[in-house]
Structures are given as C-alpha cells and as structure tokens.
Write a protein that binds this ligand. Structure first.
Ligand code: FE2
Length: 368
C-alpha cells in the first residue's frame, strides 16, 4: 500500500534551466562525476531547447537551455540565473496524481500528457510550487528508452566512457527551498494539503542563529519518508541573512540546495576536491573537541579535518556532511554531500559553525 494519496514513489529527476547546458554538463560530469547519458537538441529534432541527462547512482539531473528567446521559459535565465526549474516525482498514475493535486488546490502548468516514440509511452503532468519552481508527476513504467521521447543516447565520440569518473554519489537525500519571510508555514501547509506530506522536524531561530543569520526551517516528507523537502524562511536578523541573500539574487523563492548521499564521504570529497569543487571551510578549532561532542565515530578525525567534513549525532546515530560554495556566479544554488550512519536528522549541531562559514563568504561578497 502506498501511504501517499498521490502514490508518490521517489524523486525521478531534477531539471535545471541554465544558460549553456553543454557547458553545465561538462561541469557536472567532470567536477561532480555524473555520466552524461542522453541528449536532446537540434540533432534529435528538438527545436526549442537543448537538454542533457546526467546520471550518477540513482540521481538524475536534466540540464536544459533555450535555443532562442521565444522559448516559453527563456526569461527564467534573465530573472533567476541558472537554477532548478522542476523537481519531478515518480508516481504510480500521472492522471490520478495530477487530478488529486488540482482538487487539493494545486495550480496546473501542464495537464497530463503521454509522449510516445518507438521505446514506448512516457507520461507526465506539471504543477506549480514555490516561486517559479514546479513539480512534475512522471511515470515511465511503459517507457524503455534512455530518458524520454526526444532524447537519444549520447554520442560516445563526444563523451568517451573512459574519461568518466564517478565520485560515489548515490541518491538525493533532500532538496531545500528558500521562501520569503512569513511564507514558510504557507508552503508547509501546501505540501501537507496538496501532496499529503507531513512535518518531520522544525527548527526555529533559537536553533539557527548566529550574530547575523537567523532562519526558520521545517522539514516536510512524503508518506514513505523517501522524499524530503526542508523549507527555510529568513527570520529577523541584525544584517542580511544568507536566506535573504539568496532571495535577492535568485529574485524570489527557489531551490537553495540539493543534498546527495555517498557511502564513503572521504573518498567522494577527495575526488571532488581533486576536480576543483570548492567547499565551505570551518575553522580548525571545530575538530579540537569533536569526539567529546559526537562520541565515537568510524572515521579518523584528522581525515575529516583535512577535508573539512562536519559531524553531528542524534539519538539514532551520526552523520557526516559538507557543503559546496554556490555553483553559479549568483550566490544561489549549492550542494550538500552527506553520509548517514543511522541519523535521520539534518546536522543541527553544525548550523552555527556552518552559518559562520557562509557569513565569511557573504562578507567577501559584500552582501552581509
Ligand atoms: Fe541540507
């Protein structure tokens, strides 16, 4: 029995709308270790946009760029810069999920459609969520092609399999939204009412505040707990918080970060560092009393300190996590890499050290 009224299975893929998908694919391939598995564009008779499908473990990203200003989403890049357009959720039945969501108050973007090619039928429908972000409902049970109609497997001459090096990323753990001050509870209510999510944890500004940053956050999850969407809003603070900085540069609410799991964070972060990915650093003193704070862990503290990996523990176990710096020129989207050892929480014990690290970056940008 699926415990969701919409029969949600998992995150199918995340679609990014970007200025130059070809170059973005190069970045996610060579820095983050994704394989580029499919392409759509002029060569596949897709006339309005180019798309690249990237995969690592169970994670699928789609990078899309418009081929001209008449693309219905072309303005998105001017307004938001590169960012997440759509978080697609795999469902048992697209029509049933869409109709249930609409009857529960969702705003439709695309009514249910079935796209067909020689590999079968791919079904999807799309609704709006916060800002210009959408959720698609996707079902590919009757589709055997590489991704969706219009997409073709990649020309191996362009991306030789020998040069592809995965870094060990496995699944999407959670995807975080930043929304405007005072809007968090509206969106919490929307995820409860429309998608049938429930609230896993909440953090208020007493948990999450430094001298400058104050934010509130509630973590929403679907019935199986497989899909987790924390929602942040800025709280009153002395100076401009990181959430306000995001909202100013993204020009509205949107996806702040995507957390991806690994089974070996030391190897993953070593590989990503060697690929020139920039991570936030906490001061060396963070590690001085680490074991007093978190108790015994399997990893060597020196290794963690060398790579800047953070540790937190709750009643169920511990977790290791680290955050990239924003991956665009605008200080908007970034990524988290996380390895869970029993803990199902979000690293509350690291918030202060982490936000101070973000504030040092904000000070460099003159946005604090
Ligand atoms: Fe996170």
């Amino acid at each position: 029995m699926n415990p969701d009224p919409l029969a949600l299975r998992k995150i199918d893929h995340v679609r990014f709308f970007v200025g130059n998908a070809r170059q973005a694919a190069y970045f996610y391939r060579n820095a983050f270790g994704f394989d580029v598995i499919a392409y759509a564009g002029l060569e596949t008779r897709m006339r309005h946009e180019a798309g690249y499908v990237l995969r690592q473990g169970d994670i699928t990203f789609v990078l899309a760029s418009p081929l001209g200003p008449e693309h219905p989403e072309a303005q998105r890049i001017v307004v938001h810069g590169d960012g997440v357009q759509d978080i697609a959720l795999q469902v048992d039945d697209v029509r049933q999920a869409y109709e249930a969501a609409i009857s529960r108050g969702a705003i439709g973007v695309s009514a249910p459609q079935a796209l067909e090619d020689e590999h079968g039928v791919y079904e999807y429908a799309t609704i709006r969520t916060y800002g210009d972000t959408t959720h698609s409902f996707v079902n590919r049970d009757r589709y055997r092609g590489v991704f969706a109609p219009g997409y073709k497997p990649l020309d191996p001459d362009r991306y030789s399999p020998q040069s592809f090096k995965p870094v060990g990323l496995l699944t999407i753990d959670h995807i975080v939204a930043n929304v405007e001050e005072g809007k968090m509870n509206e969106w919490v209510g929307w995820y409860e009412r429309v998608l049938g999510f429930n609230q896993l944890i909440s953090f208020d500004d007493k948990d999450i505040s430094t001298e400058y940053t104050a934010l509130m956050s509630k973590v929403m999850q679907n019935g199986t707990g497989r899909i987790k969407f924390p929602i942040n809003e800025p709280a009153q603070a002395k100076r401009r918080s990181q959430i306000e900085e995001y909202l100013n540069y993204y020009r509205g609410p949107g996806v702040q970060h995507i957390a991806m799991t690994t089974g070996n964070i030391l190897e993953t972060i070593r590989a990503m560092r060697a690929n020139d990915v920039s991570f936030l650093r906490v001061p060396r003193t963070y590690y001085d009393d680490l074991l007093d704070r978190v108790g015994p862990i399997d990893e060597n503290v020196e290794d963690l300190a060398e790579l800047g990996i953070l540790v937190d523990r709750d009643e169920e176990g511990y977790l290791l996590q680290i955050f990239t710096k924003p991956v665009e020129d605008r200080p908007t989207l970034f990524f988290e890499i996380i390895e869970r050892h029993g803990s199902r929480s979000f690293g509350k014990g690291n918030f202060k050290a982490l936000f101070e690290a973000i504030e040092r970056e904000q000070a460099r940008r003159g946005t604090l």
